[in-house]
Design a binder for this molecule. Structure first.
Ligand code: FPP
Length: 247
C-alpha cells in the first residue's frame, strides 16, 4: 500500500530565496536608446537601487547583493570610471540616512584599497552607522571580482599558515570561506542578471555554486519591484537538489 498525504493537508507555500544577488547590467544601452551619455544610464540605474532594496522585505528577501563596479570595470574610459566613482560618493552620501531610517544594514565587498580614500571613508561610515540594522542586508560589490577575492583570501590564509596558526592539513572549504569578503553572509540562492546577457562576469563564483540563475531581458534602469517579485516567484517553483536526487 502506498502512503499519500492527507487530502486535508495544506500544501506548503513555495519557499522564496533568502539571498538574491543581482548583476545590474544594461545602463549603457538604456542611455544609448535615449541618445544620452552612458553616465545618464548609470544615474538612472542608481535611482532604481532604492526601489529594489525597499521591495525586499515585502517579498521575503533578507539579503540583497548588488554588483556596482567590477575589478574589470577600470578598463572603461577614464570619463566613465571617474563619473561612476563620483556617482558612488554622491549615492552613499545621499542614501546613508535613508538606510539608517529604513533599518537597512549595508556592507561592501571587494578590494577597497584602490578606491578614492574619500569613498572608502564613506563606505566605512555607512557600515558603522547601519551595523545594528537587520531588516534587509544590502551588500554592495565595489571593485569586486571573484578571482581577486579568492586570491586575496588565499594570501591571508597563507599568512596564517606560515605564522603557524593554521595547519595546512586542516584547510577545507569552510576554512577558505572564512577568508572571503562574504564570510558573514549566507550563499546566494538566486543570481539575477538583467539586460539579456547570459554571463556571470566574475561575480560570486564561489558563493553561487548551488544558486539558481535568472537572465532577464529588462535593462537595469527599467527593472522594477514587479520584475523582482516575478523572478522571485519563479524561483519558488524550482526544485533545488544541491547535487542530491529527488526524495
Ligand atoms: C553595467 O551596465 C553597470 C555597471 C558597470 C555599473 C552599475 C552601477 C549602477 C547600477 C549604478 C550605481 C549603483 C549604486 C549602488 C549606486 P553597463 O554599463 O555595462 O551597460 P551596457 O552593457 O548596456 O553598456
Amino acid at each position: 500500500m502506498t502512503t499519500s498525504a492527507s487530502p486535508d493537508a495544506i500544501p506548503e507555500p513555495p519557499k522564496g530565496p533568502s539571498h538574491v544577488a543581482i548583476i545590474m547590467d544594461g545602463n549603457g544601452r538604456w542611455a544609448q536608446q535615449r541618445n544620452r551619455p552612458r553616465l545618464f544610464g548609470h544615474q538612472a540605474g542608481a535611482r532604481r537601487v532604492r526601489e529594489i532594496v525597499e521591495a525586499c522585505p515585502d517579498i521575503g528577501v533578507k539579503y540583497l547583493t548588488i554588483f556596482a563596479f567590477s575589478t574589470e570595470n577600470w578598463k572603461r574610459t577614464q570619463i566613465e570610471v571617474a563619473g561612476l566613482m563620483t556617482l558612488f560618493k554622491r549615492y552613499i552620501t545621499k542614501e546613508m540616512q535613508a538606510f539608517v531610517k529604513e533599518r537597512v544594514r549595508v556592507r561592501f565587498i571587494g578590494d577597497r584599497m584602490r578606491l578614492d580614500p574619500k569613498l572608502q571613508a564613506l563606505m566605512d561610515e555607512t557600515e558603522k552607522l547601519t551595523a545594528e540594522n537587520d531588516r534587509v542586508h544590502l551588500t554592495i560589490a565595489l571593485n569586486y571580482g571573484s578571482r581577486d577575492e579568492v586570491a586575496r583570501a588565499t594570501k591571508r590564509l597563507a599568512r596564517e599558515v606560515s605564522a603557524g596558526k593554521i595547519e595546512p592539513e586542516t584547510v577545507d572549504e569552510t576554512t577558505l570561506a572564512r577568508f572571503l569578503d562574504t564570510h558573514v553572509l549566507p550563499d546566494p540562492d538566486l543570481v539575477i542578471r538583467t539586460s539579456g546577457e547570459a554571463r556571470i562576469s566574475n561575480f560570486l563564483l564561489w558563493q553561487s555554486a548551488y544558486a539558481e540563475y535568472e537572465f532577464v531581458d529588462t535593462l537595469w534602469p527599467d527593472f522594477t519591484r514587479d520584475h523582482l517579485a516575478e523572478v522571485v516567484g519563479r524561483y519558488g517553483l524550482r526544485e533545488r537538489r544541491f547535487g542530491a536526487v529527488p526524495a
